[in-house]
Design a protein around this ligand. Sequence first.
Ligand SMILES: Cc1cc2nc3c(=O)[nH]c(=O)nc-3n(C[C@H](O)[C@H](O)[C@H](O)COP(=O)(O)OP(=O)(O)OC[C@H]3O[C@@H](n4cnc5c(N)ncnc54)[C@H](O)[C@@H]3O)c2cc1C
Length: 422
Amino acid sequence: MIGKVSLFVLGVLMPVMLAYAAAGHLPGKTWPVIALGAVAFTLMGMNLVLAARLPGLDAVFGGLDQIYWVHKWTGMIILTAAFLHQQIKISNDGLEVTAALSQLAVEVAEVAFIGLVVLILISFFKRVPKMPKITWEIPYGLWRWSHRLLGVVFIALAFHQSFVKAPFDGNALLSVWLNIVALAGTAAFLWSQFGFLLRRRSYRVVAVDKHAAATIVDLEPVGRAVNVRPGSFAFVHFSSKGLREPHPFTVSQVRPGGGIQFSIRGLGDYTRRLRDVIAVGDTARVEGGYGRFHHHRGGAKQVWVAAGIGITPFLAWADHLKPGDAEQIVLIYCVRNEAEGVALDRLRAAADRVPGFTLKLHMSDTDGRFDAAKLVSYLPFEIGQASLWFCGPAPMRDGLIKDLKAAGKAPRSVHFERFEFR
Ligand SMILES: Cc1cc2nc3c(=O)[nH]c(=O)nc-3n(C[C@H](O)[C@H](O)[C@H](O)COP(=O)(O)OP(=O)(O)OC[C@H]3O[C@@H](n4cnc5c(N)ncnc54)[C@H](O)[C@@H]3O)c2cc1C
């Protein structure tokens, strides 16, 4: 909440107020148009800061996945403000372009605006909007490039705002503000593109288990380990050909001494190739840990619901439970059948070791569809007293929460991990 409020205050209120102070006395639509441009530019700079994975920011927003969610919707506000700024014409009186540089600033902005519209639309729409028989999804690589180029567009717009002939004093607070935004946004963009060189750590693959439902990869650090907690996720890529693009995966085991594990479901090109290609001895580069999916703030009664590969954060949590833990926790693991369950031996060992931890395996082949009524029936306590922790497909999560609320059985709080950034 605090992150979203700060974003609104700094990204919207501040530029609007400064635009009014700088140009409020000017006729007609001048100050609102300047305010729209200032809002679009400020939010763009802030969005670059949000995307830079800066330490501490995820705590303010409640996790990196939350940051990306805010980042995505801020993109739409930027697009709207930039569009209005560009479309609403203001009086040119006294604004004749006097120098070649300010003329160039206008032309650069025109090209940058087209780039902005195209790139934000590519970024926003994961799939071609609902069209019959078209299921083409914008490839992640293209989507990532659209993001990189948005940084270049921002630098072009920083040039525009610095050199365009503006109808207000160059010493106005608005100019100072926009220059600060330009510097912060550019620095954040450079950090997001090159900062990984400082953040990545080397690991060696020490075991690969090709389980029916996931490829389970154990890594040991070569030198310094990343700082991860059970429930964190990290970006990882491997030395083998075709596996060099970093992908996010939750750490499914955190071992003493820095060893970590990823359990990876073959859902697309990269993750399927990984299953075929990865081998013991390969080098991995890991960047993390990220995320705020940590059940310690979940209270005395907790329900953990995992669907399919959504078990990964719960696996790491279950490993770290101790016999003396005071919480009463029920983990409901939804799979089609027993063979699909990843690391069931570890979950069962945790249930034997920790009196407060219960594992309920819901197998849809025999138990039917998992729904809100089944969830409630598996619990030895009222769900209204418990926090609900979910990791699995978003439609399943939304359906469960809606049905629980409709039945008057809303949990005390709901926490979930998104396995998707865009
Ligand atoms: C926080 C988080 C934790 C995750 N934890 C796990 C886990 O523990 N186990 C697991 O099996 N999966 C996990 N995933 C999902 C996993 O990252 C994707 O399944 C994988 O990246 C898909 O890559 P692909 O090329 O095989 O599939 P594709 O079909 O190419 O991509 C499927 C979707 O995955 C996302 N994606 C693809 N490439 C990337 C990338 N380089 N970076 C970010 N997102 C990308 C995109 O949204 C894309 O639409 C997690 C995702 C997130 C965001």
